[in-house]
Design a protein around this ligand. Structure first.
Ligand code: FE2
Length: 408
């Protein structure tokens, strides 16, 4: 949305989903009653626990990232394997300059996985109680239950995913909208920006996004996430990326589709007083335009049956604010030249299917709605080699828009 009309809900209103996940300690499930659940900030300072997770992210290259947040610094790892009874492999977070991580925020990448194979895994964190230069004192080791995921075969015939956008700090919307998919298989969940109003702190990220994702799907199905303009705001915006494997522009191939994700940045001029002189989104968009130019010349892009771009601010049809206009100027000519088949966006809070328009956008631009009840949408996408089918549901579950892209 292009104005700051949205007020954050008090965080505690949304805490009832917090820590519903079945974390285990020494093999015993620690399922807390809801009445005992509160902010980690209010917990006893010495309690070592997993605040949220595990949650999965991936770029679909036979690898998956498993993330979780512990309440204290720890040595953490994942044990995994092809059978729930035999987790015979172990992976740590990425070492930097020879040092394994010893952090609260954990991201462990499993690589070289077999296409289409189901993997079982369990996360472990060993508390660092006292970190002396020549003597480390560890505390207890905590772990999750055994979870599983399928390493998606990128050569699969059909791809299916759902898009959520413009949730704006309403965690119940994440659960409500995903329920509308009625358990249909989805290769990933895509968050197309403005999941928050602005970034306040870690608790907001956990309560208003990560925990509902963990409760609903993210232990077993990955999500892909790109920022909207609102994720760039607030005092915690610079810490925010550390909670994810990836939140910026990227591309990947899955089945018949080449996916290209753009981070459209802010909607006002960089010089606008509300940004207080500390943003640089014009340059960021320019860099992405150069990256996009390179992407459309890649063989993975050219050879794909379909090319789908996901970006929060649509490249047209979202008003004349600076960011929106800059997106049109920079990205539209490249996307037209690259023969993009479909763009999926959010931002306007009014759902709309904009068909291709001669001389402007040569591709449809489909915009999801939100964030208030009655305006929220779940956008379901299925693609095979012949067509992409888009079905948009309102928050009562009724299909309100549909669109089919045929192979050109
Ligand atoms: Fe927005």
């Amino acid at each position: 949305m292009n104005e700051d009309l949205l007020k954050s809900k008090p965080l505690k209103e949304n805490r009832r989903n917090f820590l519903k996940g079945g974390l285990v300690l020494g093999g015993l499930a620690l399922l807390k009653p809801e009445s005992a659940i509160s902010s980690p900030l209010n917990e006893k300072a010495d309690e070592f626990k997993i605040l949220t997770g595990p949650y999965l992210q991936t770029n679909f290259g036979n690898g998956i990232s498993i993330l979780w947040i512990a309440s204290k610094d720890s040595s953490s790892w994942v044990e995994y394997g092809e059978s729930a009874d035999l987790l015979d492999r172990k992976a740590y977070g990425k070492s930097a300059l020879g040092l394994k991580p010893a952090d609260r925020l954990n991201c462990v990448k499993l690589e070289n996985l077999k296409p289409g194979k189901t993997y079982y895994y369990k996360i472990f964190s060993k508390e660092i109680k006292d970190f002396q230069p020549y003597k480390m004192t560890y505390g207890e080791t905590i772990s999750s239950a055994v979870e599983s995921f399928v390493n998606t075969d990128i050569s699969k015939e059909e791809v299916a995913f759902v898009m959520l956008n413009d949730i704006h700090d309403r965690p119940n919307s994440i659960c409500h909208l995903l329920d509308l998919n009625k358990g249909n298989a989805t290769d990933f969940v895509f968050f197309n920006g403005d999941i928050f109003d602005y970034q306040a702190d870690e608790q907001q990220i956990i309560t208003n996004m990560l925990q509902p994702c963990v409760d609903k799907f993210a232990k077993n199905t990955p999500f892909v996430y790109v920022r909207g303009n609102h994720e760039t705001r607030g005092k915690f915006a610079r810490e925010f990326p550390a909670y994810f494997d990836h939140v910026g522009n990227t591309s990947f191939t899955l089945g018949p589709v080449r996916f290209v994700i753009l981070d459209t940045g802010e909607d006002k001029e960089d010089s606008h007083p509300v940004y207080a002189g500390i943003v640089d989104f014009d340059q960021y968009r320019l860099e992405q335009a150069a990256w996009l130019e390179n992407e459309i010349n890649r063989k993975e892009f050219k050879n794909a049956a379909f090319r789908v771009v996901l970006m929060h601010i649509p490249p047209r049809y979202s008003g004349d604010a600076h960011g929106a206009v800059h997106c049109t100027e920079l990205f539209e000519p490249i996307m037209n030249r690259g023969k993009v088949d479909l763009v999926l966006s959010g931002h306007t809070h009014k759902y709309k299917v904009n068909p291709p328009a001669k001389g402007l956008n040569n591709y449809p631009i489909i915009i999801g709605g939100g964030p208030k009840d009655g305006f929220r949408t779940l956008t379901k996408i299925k693609a095979n080699k012949k067509q992409i089918q888009v079905s948009m549901l309102d928050d009562s579950g009724k299909q309100i828009e549909s669109y089919v892209c045929l192979k050109r």
